[in-house]
Design a protein around this ligand. Structure first.
Ligand code: FBP
Length: 336
């Protein structure tokens, strides 16, 4: 890396003007704090097997997923960190059925943070890549503050994720482009490595759990069949890459182009069932992809236009290179 590396806190300061004056202090302290927490979480994940931190705690969360010890540890660590900023008025987490109100924080300009503290939990016990996903929305200056999060994804004022892989990556946006950092584990600082990420218009790779193909919308099935059909002129077949952790699949897609898809289960076409959660998985990733010149669709519409009405609501997602996502939507239209 040439020149003096830019740290996350320096970069955040340079982005301050992009956020409304009311919410800039809240956004800066919350995103900065999540950066510092990510270094702590990375350290814990790296030693989890040595500290008896793997495995289940027993019981399931609001989404019916079996809860891992690190899910709870991650949740409590992020909550404690956000509480100490004094800027987070409410915390909506995958690991808490009800939003956690922090009435003493934030005042009129407190922010609401939606978070998946440990994304890709099924990878934890097999040393696979996992992540943390966060989204920041303006509070309403009232208590309870959490209802301020129930709106379209376009209400987000910041979003990002941490990927715990060979290196620890931190990627965020406050609405003026998407920027990537890598953790220097010696100093605990994130250093700018990918300024202003732009996703390629088209890719060569798609990520989806093909084990669910039987339940897909006919347009989804036809689209994946199209991607798998050899055709030199259009660079097909695309390769299949699927890590089992949304953060890792989205990070690859953002840097290399292509698609990450988790469509709805349409076994009962009248009641399509999605898996991924809107407020702390799909909407933040939609904001990031759009800021990088990509697109995020439900298959039939823009993800960021979906209005949340429930804190743990689910939504289908097809995100990635704009030309690839548009083609997917075309296949949905043709099949509808
Ligand atoms: P959590 O681990 O936070 O519950 O996230 C859901 C998730 O693991 C995503 O990260 C991933 O993309 C998807 O579910 C994998 O689902 P499946 O095992 O059904 O393919």
């Amino acid at each position: 890396m040439a020149g003096t590396p830019v740290t996350l806190s320096e970069h955040l300061a340079s982005q301050r003007a992009a956020v409304s004056a009311d919410h800039a202090p809240g956004v800066m302290s919350v995103v900065g704090r999540i950066g510092r927490l990510a270094a702590v979480i990375a350290q814990e994940l790296a030693h989890a097997a040595l500290r008896d931190r793997l495995g289940y705690v027993g019981g399931v969360n609001v989404s019916g997923d079996e809860v891992k010890k690190l899910d709870i540890w991650g949740h409590e660590t992020v909550l404690a960190g956000l509480r100490s900023t004094g800027a987070c008025a409410a915390f909506i987490s995958e690991e808490a059925t009800e939003p956690i109100e922090i009435p003493e924080a934030g005042g009129a300009h407190g922010v609401v943070v939606c978070c998946d503290p440990v994304d890709g939990s099924s990878n934890l016990d097999v040393n696979g890549a996992v992540g943390t996903i966060f989204s920041v929305r303006p509070g309403n200056g009232r208590t309870p503050a959490a209802p301020a999060a129930l709106g379209p994804g376009t209400d987000q004022i910041a979003a990002g994720y941490v990927m715990y892989g060979p290196g620890t990556a931190f990627v965020y946006t406050v609405g003026t482009g998407v920027h990537g950092f890598i953790l220097n584990s010696e100093t605990g600082e994130f250093l700018l490595t990918h300024p202003d990420i732009r996703i390629p218009r088209r890719g060569k790779v798609y990520g989806i759990n093909e084990g669910n193909a039987h339940s897909w919308h006919p347009g989804q099935r036809a689209f994946v069949e199209h991607l798998r059909t050899p055709d030199k002129a259009s660079g097909r077949p695309y390769s299949l890459r699927y890590s089992g952790a949304m953060v890792a699949d989205v990070h690859r897609t953002l840097l290399d182009g292509g698609l990450f898809m988790y469509p709805a289960d349409c076994s009962d076409p009248a009641k399509p069932k999605a898996k991924l959660r809107l407020l702390y998985e799909v909407a933040p990733m939609g904001f990031i992809l759009e800021q990088a010149g990509g697109r995020a669709s439900t298959g039939t519409g823009r993800v960021l236009d979906v209005r949340a009405t429930d804190y743990h609501q689910r939504a289908p997602v097809i995100l990635g290179s704009p030309d690839d996502v548009s083609l997917a939507e075309e296949f949905y239209r043709r099949a509808s």
